[in-house]
Design a protein around this ligand. Structure first.
Ligand code: TMP
Length: 206
């Protein structure tokens, strides 16, 4: 039995976590067997790598090292958590996956989408999401939300608006490249609408 792998992408501050929580609650109430997880993280080794990547002290980290660390955490998370859940037939809801690396490291850090894709192929083999929800908000709106929120700012949040705008352009390229599995949700709407729109897409898909 194989489950379904659903990933959520978007600029920082797009509201992914709130949407994922609502999707999880709804699908559980419908009797689906759900695993909710996130990248980078989701298991101890990957959470440890997350701390290294996002620490504000690590401003000297090179773009290549950053890309490799994300890929390493992804490989472990996939092997230890995502793949076993999919083999058990679960619906896996994952906050960010390889598309984040393509957009942030490939395009934002200018390492090249193809280069970053290649190292990630080594990390993930042929596991790709069945469906990817992109919550679409302009990067400056997202960053504003992050700055106003109570959560601690990390190294990536502190990047310039230009960087986040580049990441956003990168996403647009990646969505075009993988248009069969991407669905764009308008993140400018009130959160209830964003949740409703996302649920509609997922219900139809499942
Ligand atoms: P989060 O705030 O959505 O948990 O993600 C942490 C940060 O890491 C966010 O700024 C996006 C960034 N990121 C990458 O740059 N590359 C990746 O591959 C992933 C998964 C996240």
């Amino acid at each position: 039995m194989t489950g379904k792998f659903i990933t959520f992408e978007g600029p920082d501050g797009s509201g992914k976590s709130t949407v994922i929580k609502a999707v999880e609650e709804f699908l559980k109430s419908e009797g689906y067997n759900i695993l909710t997880t996130r990248e980078p993280g989701g298991i101890r080794i990957a959470e440890d790598i997350r701390k290294v990547i996002l620490s504000k002290e690590n401003t000297m980290m090179s773009g290549r090292a950053e890309a490799l660390l994300y890929a390493a955490s992804r490989a472990q998370h996939l092997a230890e958590k995502v793949q076993p859940a999919l083999s058990e037939g679960k619906v896996v809801l994952c906050d960010r996956f390889v598309d984040s690396s393509l957009a942030y490291q490939g395009y934002g850090r200018e390492l090249g989408i193809d280069e970053v894709w290649n190292i990630n192929k080594f990390a993930i083999g042929d596991v790709l999401p069945d469906l990817t929800i992109f919550i679409d908000i302009p990067p400056h709106v997202g960053l504003n939300r992050v700055q106003k929120s109570t959560r601690k700012l990390d190294r990536l949040d502190l990047e310039t608006l230009e960087f986040h705008e580049k990441v956003y352009q990168g996403y647009k390229i990646i969505i075009e490249k993988f248009k069969d599995r991407f669905v764009i949700i308008d993140g400018n709407n009130p959160v209830e609408t964003v949740i409703e729109d996302t649920l509609q897409v997922i219900k139809t898909y499942l």
